[in-house]
Design a protein around this ligand. Structure first.
Ligand SMILES: Cc1cc2nc3c(=O)[nH]c(=O)nc-3n(C[C@H](O)[C@H](O)[C@H](O)COP(=O)(O)O)c2cc1C
Length: 187
């Protein structure tokens, strides 16, 4: 079993994937990761739709934006949803996105530990997703998470940039640009 440090290192938003669906036991572990995430006032505003059914998965292909065709090969789609009203709103601070992001982070790490690619995307039509999955109008579809297994042979349909990202992790900001000590000090 991987430790947290190793899982964080291993996690990548790979696009070169083959369809693979978690087993019942693995699904349970993914559910628990979501369930145990912290939230403001323990409000747990998140709702997840796991899409495993073959016909539904085909329908989900129609919600993807251009450039996300690689996600056609998902073994499972996960729709991440939440309502603002179900979580803390403290003056101008709305916590539903933060809390649902935390739970999704837990979910992604758990999926990574289980050997899956778990790739969050914002490139989809929330309107179509609502229709396909029956998500209520007042519920925001915040992200989809694409679940599959990393594929060795590179698919030709990936763009040059996407192929490059398979090989090396996209460059990050330096630590000095994102973590400060004792005093906020944006350069
Ligand atoms: C909220 C969110 C939305 C994203 N949307 C897309 C997307 O629509 N299509 C895509 O190919 N990747 C998408 N990504 C993946 C990022 O491009 C990727 O995480 C980033 O380049 C860093 O690479 P790494 O996760 O492999 O370290 C998204 C990631 C996040 C967190």
């Amino acid at each position: 079993m991987m430790d947290v440090k190793e899982t964080i290192q291993k996690r990548r938003a790979f696009r070169n994937i083959d369809p693979s669906t978690p087993t019942k036991k693995e699904i349970k572990q993914l559910e628990t990761a979501i369930q145990l995430a912290p939230s403001c006032f323990n409000n747990q505003p998140w709702r997840y739709v796991f899409v495993t059914d073959e016909n539904k998965r085909k329908e989900m292909q129609t919600v993807l934006s251009k450039g996300n065709e690689w996600a056609f090969h998902a073994g499972m789609y996960v729709a991440v949803c939440a309502r603002k009203e179900e979580d803390c709103v403290i003056y101008d601070r709305e916590y539903y996105l933060f809390d649902t992001g935390l739970a999704t982070g837990f979910f992604i790490l758990q999926a990574t530990e289980l050997g899956f690619v778990a790739h969050p995307i914002a490139g989809y039509s929330p309107k179509k997703t609502r229709k396909v999955l029956g998500v209520p109008e007042d519920m925001q579809v915040i992200a989809l998470v694409i679940i599959g297994k990393k594929r060795e042979e590179l698919r030709q349909e990936l763009s040059e940039k996407q192929r490059k990202a398979e090989k090396e992790r996209p460059k990050r900001k330096s630590i000095e640009d994102i973590v400060y000590y004792n005093q906020y000090s944006e350069r």
